[in-house]
Design a binder for this molecule. Structure first.
Ligand code: P6P
Length: 339
């Protein structure tokens, strides 16, 4: 080893969770144990995604999930890994997964205080192309006296106690935030099998000339959306147009937006009047991350995303997610149509 200083005081996710727990005197440790199960599922999913092509896990599994998408084998494995991890930690009462039509009740643990919503492999349609996919999760604390029915989980994002995502890219990147806290990024060290704190206290740039939307839907956009996007592409005299960046995998587009700034949008439109992305396990968890990093997240009615309450567990919403000033521009343009 050379003379360079070796950092021997590494903050792993495990250590971070312990330090977080000690900040709350009333903490029982249940949340910490839930998060350990969560991080195991990310490590396990990362392993399978890395090997997918090698052990021929790509391709169709021959069954369709609730949203009618063709289900890739990895979707099934990712879901099974996640369900097993959430069940075995004995701290979760119920689980909503994008891959499961019905809510999963863990009746072995009737007194468990947490409910989890997740999209085990979001963006999986891109898997075979080697595009980064991810797991998105939200952790809700059940209200005292909740009866253990799926209505308990029809909550606004403001009820989330933690949320985040893991992007399976060149390395597995975990981004996690807790209620009222900041946003921290961890990178999986495959040698140690530990998530290492690499992006402490992530703060978004207040603005950035990057927009991320599927322009292929512009035929279906409502007028305020067309008007807003045009202000980015055809700016007033002397201003430069925005750069377009769209991967088509929400976790990848969101992670870039979180790091570089800009805006990600999946508006509700004439083709998808309620939007495409799901409230409980895509929009709300992402909204909490972005707000805690200094950004904003709103729906297609310009309502704060974290205050949107789903009527059904797989309900969808339009979403604008990004730097504070960029989302403010969306609101300002829409205001002209609301008077
Ligand atoms: P479109 C992937 O299927 C996904 O659910 C999100 O990850 C992504 O942001 C969106 O759909 C992409 O949708 O219609 O642009 O292909």
């Amino acid at each position: 080893v050379g003379t360079e200083k070796i950092n021997t005081d590494i903050v792993t996710l495990t250590r971070f969770l312990t330090e977080e727990q000690t900040k709350h005197k009333e903490a029982t440790g249940d949340f910490t144990l839930l998060c350990h199960a969560l991080q195991f599922s990310f490590k396990s999913i990362a392993y399978y995604i890395r090997r997918a092509t090698l052990i021929n896990l790509t391709g169709l599994a021959g069954s369709a999930n609730v949203t009618g998408d063709d289900q890739k084998k990895l979707d099934v494995i990712g879901n099974d890994i996640f369900v097993a991890a959430m069940k075995s930690c004995a701290k979760v009462r119920m689980l909503v997964s994008e891959e499961e039509e019905e809510i999963i009740m863990f009746d072995d643990y009737p007194d468990a205080k947490y409910a989890v919503a997740c999209d085990p492999i979001d963006g999986s349609s891109n898997l075979d192309a080697g595009v980064s996919v991810g797991t998105i999760f939200g952790i809700f604390r059940l209200a005292e006296g909740s009866k253990g029915t799926k209505e308990d989980l029809l909550l606004p994002g403001t009820s989330l106690v933690a949320s985040g995502f893991t992007m399976y890219g060149a390395s597995a990147q975990l981004v996690i935030t807790m209620k009222g806290g900041n946003v921290n990024g961890f990178t999986l060290d495959n040698a140690l099998g530990e998530f290492i704190l690499t992006h402490p206290d992530m703060q978004m740039p207040k603005k950035r000339a990057i927009y991320s939307v599927n322009e292929g839907n512009s035929l279906y956009w409502e007028d305020p959306v067309k008007d807003y996007i045009n202000t980015l592409k055809y700016p007033s005299e002397g201003e430069k147009p925005y750069s377009a960046r769209y991967i088509g995998s929400m976790v990848a587009d969101a992670y870039r937006t979180l790091l570089y700034g800009g805006i990600f949008a999946y508006p509700a439109d004439k083709k998808s009047p309620k939007g495409k992305l799901r409230i409980l396990y895509e929009c709300a968890p992402m909204a909490m991350v972005f707000e805690n990093a200094g950004g904003q997240a709103i729906d297609s009615h310009m309502k704060r995303m974290l205050e949107v309450v789903p009527e059904h567990i797989h309900d969808r919403s339009g979403i604008f997610l990004g730097s504070y000033d960029e989302v403010q521009k969306v609101i300002d343009v829409h205001k002209k149509y609301m008077q």
